[in-house]
Design a protein around this ligand. Structure first.
Ligand SMILES: Cc1ncc(C[n+]2csc(CCOP(=O)(O)OP(=O)(O)O)c2C)c(N)n1
Length: 554
């Protein structure tokens, strides 16, 4: 077949199993959009309000489904608007292919209208990027991009395509989608050694992160825990991998983790890190992290071994494979003495107090969990509301807690929720939890949710301040609230109306229950503004660089 570059692009997307892409048109991608018009029956293109929203949507789609998210933008400002979304995906190892148009090859390097050196800009935030200069190379370049985004540690790849390449023609031959081979460097001796250490441990703990869900290994982790009886703590990105009511699931660790989980790490004799990268939000002070323990790290990425924390044994490979190899070698044990000791710490954990008259953040989350289906996908923005969600959401399943962990991107939520909704459509409900600051950054995507009548419920935890930063000012900057109390006059109910979205407001638990009940029955997007006190804190908290001894409990 003799096809144009634009047709080749769409054909290869189909070859790769892509049926939904997110994007925004412009001059440099006009040939591609012209072709997409003819492929509407096979590729659904979702038009967002802003390219940043499109990039978060592609990311949210990938997180909710496990497939590769695809985003398309024009050259210049279209391409630069993708940068935050690409960086967000990169930090959380999300497979994404970002396609940008560029000026024609003859205009490259001449400061042409809407020209930008996007491959240079995205070099540090992509696994790899390509500038296609010959239409003959286009098909294989796109195939390579999908392969790279999905092999080993996943992540975003960018393909920059000059306009003349999308118009040029060449012979196109279809290929089968190549299945990605897993990389496993682990060897039998290592597995034997590591299993011996685990079997001899008296106070072992599993510390797992988002790599378990990315590696599709939550079933294997559960099996391993059920047999070994080893308790587990998790990072924010690991939320949902284990059931919240599994007695071995001790909960969140790190800066806003429980005091009990942090105590467990400090006292453990063996720590088994699985798909977790010892980030500074967890190993706040790497020198004192799990000081008494032999540390074993299982990870797909060799460069994570010994990166942040020195580990005694690093096993590199697919975590699902490693857990399967370890399973038959692990002794049955219920670790009852160790669990009794942990129970004593758990009894002293921070417990928030309920109120009937005002809305408390933990009550909002509890009511959400009680009233929505068990498999609901929760998508958050960034700030205190994100941490309250991570601390109090129950019944999470893998791929049901979508949040910007590594980059901490305010403005991630609405776009990601829209992407997630397209991924899970009729199977699962999507609830977006945001703060008034984060929501101001991306509420323009309400038009996207409305256009496609997506039944996404947005919970705006409105404390009228940039809560998380203000909390740091309270604790570490003598309450000098510099620019965190913006005194905005936004009337979210009127804004909702302007977008054609249904808006509700609640200021106590009864009101919230009543409006949530109505919201759950709506067919399109809904916002619920929850009024909360600006002095609410996320507790407990270990200050950056601190240890369990520095924990703030009130
Ligand atoms: C794009 C971006 N800018 C700035 C920050 C720094 N930051 C982290 S949390 C936060 C406040 C968030 O406020 P809000 O969304 O209202 O949530 P709250 O903490 O009040 O729940 C800020 C400014 C960020 N994470 N991302």
């Amino acid at each position: 077949m003799n096809l144009t570059g634009a047709e080749i692009l769409t054909e290869v997307l189909l070859e790769q199993g892509v049926d939904t892409i997110f994007g925004y048109p412009g001059g440099a991608v006009l040939n591609i959009y012209d072709t997409l018009y003819d492929y509407q029956d096979r590729i659904t293109h979702i038009l967002t309000a802003h390219e940043q929203g499109a990039s978060h949507a592609a990311d949210g789609y990938a997180r909710a489904t496990g497939k590769t998210g695809v985003v398309l933008a024009t050259s210049g400002p279209g391409a630069t608007n993708l940068v935050t979304g690409i960086a967000t995906a990169y930090m959380d190892s999300i497979p994404m292919v970002a396609i940008t148009g560029n000026v024609s090859t003859s205009l490259l390097g001449r400061d042409s209208f809407q020209e930008i050196y996007i491959t240079g800009i995205t070099m540090p935030i992509t696994k790899h990027n390509f500038l296609v200069r010959d239409v003959e190379e286009l098909a294989d370049t796109i195939r390579s991009a999908f392969r790279i985004a999905n092999s080993g540690r996943k992540g975003p790849v960018l393909i920059d395509i000059p306009k003349d390449i999308t118009a040029a023609k060449c012979e196109f031959v279809k290929k089968e989608q190549i299945l990605i081979k897993k990389q496993s460097k682990k060897n039998r001796d290592q597995i034997e050694k590591v299993s011996e250490i685990i079997n001899e441990a008296k106070r072992p703990v599993i510390y797992f992160g988002g790599g378990v869900s990315l590696g599709d290994a939550s079933k294997e982790l559960k099996q391993f825990i059920n047999k070994s009886g080893i308790p587990a703590v998790h990072t924010m990105m690991g939320a949902g991998v284990l059931c919240h009511d599994d007695i071995h699931n001790l909960g969140l660790i790190g800066m806003h983790g429980k005091s009990s989980t942090n105590n467990v790490i400090s006292d453990a004799d063996v720590v088994i890190a699985i798909g977790a990268r010892f980030s500074d939000r967890v190993a706040l002070n790497p020198k004192y992290f799990a000081q008494k323990a032999t540390i074993i790290q299982l990870d797909i990425d060799q460069s994570e071994i010994n990166k942040n924390v020195y580990v005694d044994y690093g096993v590199v490979g697919d975590v699902k494979d490693i857990l399967n190899d370890l399973y038959p070698r692990i002794k049955e044990n219920q670790q009852s003495e160790w669990m009794k000791k942990i129970q004593v710490w758990q009894d002293k954990d921070y417990k928030p107090v309920d109120s009937d008259t005002v809305l408390k953040p933990h009550q909002i989350i509890r009511i959400l969990c009680e009233m929505s289906e068990k498999n609901t996908v929760y998508v958050t923005d960034v700030g205190q509301h994100q941490m309250w969600a991570a601390q109090y959401l129950e019944h999470l399943e893998p791929r049901c807690f979508i949040t910007s962990g590594g980059l901490g991107t305010m403005g991630f939520g609405y776009g990601a929720a829209i992407g997630a909704k397209f991924g899970v459509m009729n199977e699962k409900r999507v609830i977006h939890i945001t703060g008034d600051g984060s929501f101001h950054m991306n509420l323009n995507e309400a038009c996207t949710a409305k256009t496609y009548e997506l039944p996404i419920i947005t919970i705006i935890m409105n404390n009228s301040v940039l809560g998380m930063v203000r909390q740091w000012q309270t604790s570490f900057y003598k309450k000098k609230y510099s620019h965190t109390d913006p005194q905005r006059k936004t009337d979210f109910m009127k804004v909702a109306e302007g977008f054609g979205v249904k808006g509700y407001r609640a200021s106590n638990p009864k009101e919230f229950e009543a409006v949530l009940k109505e919201a759950l029955e709506q067919k399109g997007p809904v916002w619920i503004e929850c009024l909360i006190d600006k002095d609410e804190k996320v507790l407990p908290m270990i200050p950056a660089g601190g240890t369990i001894d520095d924990m703030i409990m009130d």
